[in-house]
Design a binder for this molecule. Structure first.
Ligand SMILES: [Mn+2]
Length: 275
């Protein structure tokens, strides 16, 4: 399937990329480099998010992908890329309700991350230690360290296979561990001070100024630890650009995010609208 592509290839993930999206870009690049000599570029329309290091040598470009072959990773719809794309050759994804916008759509709803989907497709001889590490990064990050309800025995088997080939567990967990600066810890405190719990057992934070995504995610993680809450929600109103993040282990927040043209999963979803 991949070796049938002729000419340079652009790999594209969704905007506001998370670890799974960035790890998938580098993982697929590493695999392609073993089977083709062609030029490969990596793209995310919003660049690297704060808190996500560059996971390989190639830069993550914000520019429009210009190569004739475009492959998207971790994108439920073409809009999620943030680009106007002429045609997509392959769409690798694990989100429910993927809109199947490419010529070839490889969707695995059992995979907890796009890196897990790719890992299952890679022939055994190409599974290098760095590919093992990238696969674990996506799996651990999208499953919140193997704790989300959609985690299946299949994913645990995938992890076991990865560790048998190269034990990158501690190295991967170290990369995922948040590394906060003193100022960022104070920002996290500011966010948590603004949290509220309503009578419907929804914990929320409403922000009227911009905070980095990594800090907002940490605040959501902290709020999720509250007893007797059904869901947590963080809304940031940054000059009319509303970004919402929803987390829950009890209700389907993906359905809620769809009301605002957002995306995600049952347990973690988000949306972005302009007012
Ligand atoms: Mn993902």
């Amino acid at each position: 399937m991949l070796s049938r592509l002729i000419g340079p290839i652009s790999l594209v993930c969704h905007q506001n990329a998370d670890f799974d999206a960035i790890a998938s870009l580098y993982l697929l690049e590493a695999w392609l480099k073993q089977i083709t000599q062609t030029n490969i570029s990596l793209h995310c329309s919003t660049g690297l998010s704060l808190g996500i290091p560059q996971l390989g040598v190639s830069p993550i470009l914000q520019s429009q992908p210009s190569h004739p072959n475009i492959i998207t990773l971790d994108c439920r719809t073409m809009q999620r890329t943030g680009y106007q794309l002429p045609e997509v050759a392959i769409n690798f994804d694990h989100h429910p309700n993927n809109s199947q916008f490419a010529k070839l759509n490889i969707i695995d709803l059992q995979a907890v991350s796009t890196t897990e989907l790719l890992w299952k497709l890679i022939p055994q001889q190409f599974k290098t230690p760095s590919i093992c590490q990238l696969a674990l990064l996506g799996i651990f990050s999208d499953s919140q360290n193997l704790s989300t309800p959609n985690l299946s025995s299949q994913t645990l088997r995938t992890c076991s296979e990865i560790l048998k080939i190269s034990n990158q567990l501690q190295a991967s967990l170290n990369i995922l561990k948040p590394k906060l600066k003193a100022q960022e810890l104070k920002q996290l405190g500011e966010l948590l001070l603004q949290s509220q719990i309503n009578s419907k057992q929804i914990a929320s934070i409403y922000l009227t100024q911009h905070y980095p995504k990594a800090i907002r995610n940490l605040a959501l993680q902290q709020l999720s630890q509250l007893q007797n809450t059904k869901a947590v929600c963080l809304i940031q109103n940054d000059k009319g650009r509303i970004q919402g993040s929803l987390r829950s282990k009890k209700i389907d927040v993906h359905k809620l995010s769809e009301l605002f043209q957002g995306g995600g999963h049952k347990n973690a979803a988000g949306f972005e609208i302009k007012i």
